[in-house]
Structures are given as structure tokens and as C-alpha cells.
Design a protein around this ligand. Structure first.
Ligand code: NAG
Length: 258
């Protein structure tokens, strides 16, 4: 009994311990998904992580997202674009934040807190028709992963959206989740991370297919204040309030821990 208990404690402790390195560059927002990483800089330039370097992507964005639904961006006029054949195809509508992490569906929030999604058939059309579905409620940030969608509202309250699917992206209902976040990102593998108004980054523990809302928030220990976070393919990407970029890996993957 005792060895098993000890191992559990080690795993739980190691879960929150991360090996991080600084990545060159300066970004205000970053999104990792479907094996790719994109970011937007304060001056509106768009960047893609490629073999250890940031490569410039033509266009201009305040927010960019990559995932199973492709690469999407929002410009400073809140216009929506999808990258198709190396060109940005405009999709009519207005959002200030977009998320491509759903199962080939897209989600986002507009400047007034309106919540919208675009189901898989529209996402896959060329170019996508603006068949936006309004979701009842009000959020400033809304992100989807393989195990559902998460959002934060104007008061930093957190909600989980259940029942979302490729064909019916709107899902079926909201569940309040205790905590306080200014942004929350659900990843393709189901993991969820967020940042609070003090610049503290959190990971959601206990997420499984059966319990997609998980159990609790665990604060990640960083020596600087974080403004944005995204997770994909085993790596956690963070941006601090000065725009510096960090790439982290669970130290559980590091043999030195065990
Ligand atoms: C925009 O910002 C990025 C990141 O800080 C920088 O590398 C790039 O040179 C800037 N580009 C322009 C045109 O100012």
C-alpha cells in the first residue's frame, strides 16, 4: 500500500513541476494546436513556430489560433480570416478572439461578449460561409478542445460548455466552474490551462473523458506574471506580461524526477 501512495504523491507533485526554457521572440498571444504553434505580436505581425524559429506569416492579426479546424485569425477591425491555400479567406462576422481547437469547428467571442461557433461543414467549405451559431450567454474568452469548451466572462467567472460536437458546435449547456480566470485554453488532448487577473497561470487537474471538467485548479509557479497560455503535443507555451515566450514540458517526462 505504502509504495503506491508514495508514487501517487510524486506524480501529483511532478504534475505541477515544469521544465521551461525561454524561446527567442516577443508575442502578445500564442496558440498551439494540431502540432503547430502560431502567435501574434503587439505590432500585429503573425508568426509560426518552425524548427526552433519563428517564421513570419503574411497578414496582420490581434489574435491567431491553430487546431483541428485550421488556422484562423482576427484583425484589429475584428474581421475573421481562415488560412486557405496560403491566403487569408475572409469569413463575414466579427470576433475579437477565435479558437480552432474544436473537432474541426471554430468558436469565439466578440467585443460585446457574444459567443459564436461555426460547425464542421462550414469550416471545411471553401471559403467558409459565415454560418455562425450564437450561443446563449456572455463571455470574453471561449476555447474548445477534444473534451468540451471552456470560457471566462467579464467578471472572470469560468464556465464549461458540454455537448459540443463537430455537427452541433453550440453544445447543450453551461456548468459554472469555481475559480477566476481572464483567459482559458482547452487543448486538443483535453488539457485545460488558464491565467488569472494577477498573472498566475493554472492547469486544470483531473480531466478525463468521463470527467471532462476535471477536479481543481493548480497554480503553476513562475517567477514572472503570465498573460497568455496554450498547450499542445506535450508542451505548454506561455507569454509573460513583457511578451517573453516560454516553452515548458512536464518534468514527469524528465528521468531525473523519478
Ligand atoms: C513586430 O514585432 C516583432 C516581434 O517583436 C518583431 O520581430 C518585428 O520586427 C516587428 N515588425 C515590425 C514591422 O515592426
Amino acid at each position: 500500500m505504502q509504495p503506491i501512495l508514495l508514487l501517487t504523491i510524486l506524480l501529483a507533485g511532478a504534475n505541477a513541476a515544469l521544465d521551461c526554457s525561454v524561446v527567442p521572440g516577443n508575442l502578445k498571444q500564442i496558440d498551439a494546436g494540431d502540432g503547430a504553434v502560431y502567435g501574434a505580436a503587439t505590432n500585429g505581425t503573425i508568426w509560426r513556430w518552425s524548427s526552433g524559429n519563428w517564421v513570419t506569416v503574411p497578414g496582420e492579426a490581434i489574435h491567431v489560433s491553430v487546431g483541428p479546424a485550421g488556422v484562423w485569425s482576427i484583425n484589429k477591425a475584428f474581421q475573421i480570416y481562415k488560412l486557405q491555400d496560403s491566403n487569408w479567406a475572409n469569413v463575414a462576422g466579427s470576433l475579437k478572439q477565435v479558437d480552432a481547437g474544436g473537432n474541426k469547428f471554430v468558436s469565439g467571442a466578440n467585443s460585446w461578449g457574444g459567443i459564436y461557433c461555426l460547425s464542421q461543414p462550414a469550416v471545411l467549405a471553401r471559403p467558409p460561409p459565415p454560418a455562425w451559431v450564437n450561443i446563449a450567454g456572455s463571455l470574453k474568452y471561449y476555447s474548445c478542445g477534444s473534451l468540451g469548451c471552456w470560457g471566462a466572462n467579464a467578471l472572470n467567472a469560468i464556465y464549461y460548455r458540454s455537448g459540443t460536437s463537430a455537427a452541433a458546435c453550440a453544445g447543450s449547456g453551461w456548468t459554472y466552474v469555481a475559480g477566476s480566470l481572464v483567459m482559458v485554453e482547452a487543448s486538443t488532448d483535453g488539457r485545460v490551462y488558464g491565467v488569472d487577473s494577477e498573472g498566475v497561470a493554472y492547469q486544470r487537474d483531473g480531466i478525463t473523458a468521463i470527467n471532462p471538467m476535471g477536479t481543481k485548479w493548480t497554480a503553476l509557479d513562475f517567477c514572472s506574471k503570465i498573460q497568455h497560455v496554450s498547450f499542445d503535443s506535450g508542451f505548454l507555451w506561455l507569454i509573460n506580461q513583457n511578451g517573453n515566450i516560454y516553452k515548458c514540458q512536464d518534468s514527469i517526462n524528465d528521468n531525473s524526477v523519478l
